[in-house]
Design a protein around this ligand. Sequence first.
Ligand SMILES: *Cc1c(COP(=O)(O)O)cnc(C)c1O
Length: 406
Amino acid sequence: MKTDRRKFLAATAAFALNTSTGVAGTLFQAKGSKAVNSRDTLDPIIEVLPSAIISNVQTLHRLSGNKPVIAVVKNNGYGLGVDTVAKIIESQPEVMGFAAVKVDECMTLRNAGIRKPVLHLGMATESESAMLASNDVQLSVYDASIQKMLESISRELGKPIRCQCYIDTGMCRMGIPYYRAGSWMEKLAASKAATIEGTFTELSEDADFDKEQARRLIALRSEMKSKGVNTGNLHAASSHGIYHCNEARLDVVRPGIALYGAYPAEAEPERKIAPLSVAFRLVARVLRVEQLRPGDTVSYGRHYTAKENVWVATISAGHADGYLRDAVKGARVLINGATYPVIGAVSASHTIVEIGQEAKVKPGDRAILVGPDHADIHPNNLSSVTGVSVYDVLMHLSAKLPKVVV
Ligand SMILES: *Cc1c(COP(=O)(O)O)cnc(C)c1O
């Protein structure tokens, strides 16, 4: 049969994969066929748990002495979807606004209808900055040459540009060095092209040096005050600072990973300070259940050999979906209430687990690779058994995975 190319193109255009949270419960929508529900797929999905994110916001707010929260939603909302996360927490009174590092993600927030303040933490070209400013996204500024650009954008838009001053207090990554910031800020404050909404720094997550960095930022504020310059809200603490550096909690806090329920450093002591709830699940399905014979080997590289008759199950998610290749170092997968070890090798779209002497799982069963439901699949546990940073466990989740808010 000859394919009608025009019809084919029309059909693909009418096909939508719900990677965000548009229509509740609908995963696929294609012209001429029934919608596919998100409960009715064998492909992996991310389940997002709104009550957990909200309770984490409240926990971090309390822990920081009731300071307003700028929710960091960079890198695809740490894997959960930048707009998915923002829509869930925008109406929380503890949430003052949002921050992301990439231009694209700040614009995604505005395009999704987010109204609270958005701070762009990265750097941008003039045309990007003009687009951000005209969508009321605050710019992070530190470069001495920024003033000319702000003047030109401000002329074009007919309004002052909202900025936050990015101060390098010792991390030596981004921002203007604190010992040169004073005269630069004075000039910026004097310019009609900019309004200073805040002044912030990034901590190096070293217990003693964090305190020194906070002192440097506070000293800058005093210096500015004596010159009649308002620095706006002062902020420094990310998740680690909120947990470990009282002195850095300042006017506002800026958590990322903790919002999603993962602890920034050593999970156990942090859980004792303030427990968080894991706010997502990486869910796949069992596709195949087979019994191996003694001597059979599993997957690429043949790293696993069956010693006796043993059942194994193949699961529909792999490293291309963001699951860790290093999961073979001791990670387990939750199926029907029990966890099973990952064996062989994690391939792009498949992971294999050892079930044991009895076939206790069957094709179609839900397999949870990361989530709140068992200590073995907690993101910090995956991090500790594999040696992979907990940030990678979240941020490497594929942005293409559909998000289902449950
Ligand atoms: C990523 C980031 C944060 C949030 O960090 P977490 O460790 O995830 O809490 C805060 N501030 C800046 C500037 C960042 O880049």
